[in-house]
Design a protein around this ligand. Sequence first.
Ligand code: GLC
Length: 481
Amino acid sequence: MKIAILASEGAPYAKSGGLGDVMEALPAALARIEGNEVVLILPYYKKIKENPAYEVEQVAQFHVALGWRRQYAGIFRLLNRNDSVQVFFVDSQYYFGARPGAIYGDVDDGERFAFFSKACLDALVAVDFVPDVIQCNDWQTALVPTLLHAQYRALFPNTKCMYTIHNIEYQGWAHGDFFDDVLALPWEYRNTLDMGGSVNLMKGAIESADLVTTVSQTYARELMYPYYAHGLDGILASNAWKLTGITNGIDVGTFNPETDPHLPAHFNADSFREGKAACKAALQEEVGLPIREDVPLMVMVTRLAGHKGLDLLCYIARRLMWEEDCQLLVVGTGEPRFEQFFRELAAEFPDRVAAKLIFDLGLAARTYAGGDIYLMPSKSEPCGLSQMNAMRYGTVPVVHSTGGLKDTVPPVDENGQNGLGFTFQSYNADDFYGALKRCLRLYNEMPEAFRALQYTDMCQDFSWNVPAGKYMELFHQMLGW
Ligand code: GLC
């Protein structure tokens, strides 16, 4: 099967969050399945362009029409990739190459990714890859299914399109004028993209795609409700027949405590006691906490964004420090109010709390490996990957039972058995505190049971093999093969 995957980020080239991880592992997993040919197309961001590690050759160039604009696009093929995934970058100095900042956040993001979506389809034509299936992701490539119907049918007569929602919070809203000014699609598609007079790219994709998926089964069910769907519940309910949840995996090659180059000591499920103890001591030293083996080290690697449940942690943090002998390490960047909170908390409890307000993949890995308990009280979580990274590195998760967290962390009983971590049901600080207390009790009073739980967590198969198989089933279903 010929599969084209289109996305705004993909590790290791460009990553701002979980989408980047998925776009590293899913194409690779699909390419390992016999008979598949996989193409991945990403924007050629400045950061990728300037990285000498990526050898490329230019294979095409053309102009993309966006309303009255005609914008140059260069297509570069990556030469040094060690698997069979073919990676292409869409070059535009104007939209990607000359932007100094992060991947997203420019005022013209809508136009930038409308350009990218069109350029991807033109690139497939230019490199003569007519896919059986296009898989596109989140709002940035949400225009693709509509473009296929409106303008590219003749070029791709039999191509089916799957649209995957990684996070419904970001939908690609634009002013109503965007439709004529930038998209310039035939008028009959205005309704497809319209939400209350504005353009909503994600809504258009849900309407136009052959199938819609999201990244966990529970999130697929949650999306039927206004609380989770950020205004799109009605659209999703009327398209519920084409919505499926496929729970993500993690890249078990990259996230492997036996080989991870970022770790000071290596371990596996059978040798984790010594290995993790060494990683914990090194981590405590690295972040400036007292080196103590006996104290539970609670950790979090996260974007400091509201929906990650940080308000719950802020609410209970001081009480936790007064009531329990424990350490807390928070790694990540984000909203100033949270950065400020953790900076102050660390100043108030210098022997107990460390805040590393940076985005650092090495420190993230050392945190998964050196922690004892992983906190993830997200308000909503489409899938979440770090709880799986944590478990793979033997760190016991405490999570809000929502979205992918519910699917990947079945709750344990009070003896730490019959599940993988501690969970709480309603989004409430006291319930979070209760779950955390149960976990601390297991750590402090039943250390062997805690070790047994760590072992069970480390033995889980979080690889992409199963989810990739499910994607294949849906691809077959779309194609009627
Ligand atoms: C988004 C979601 C996260 C998910 C990831 C990959 O970042 O917020 O829950 O794991 O996408 O699908």
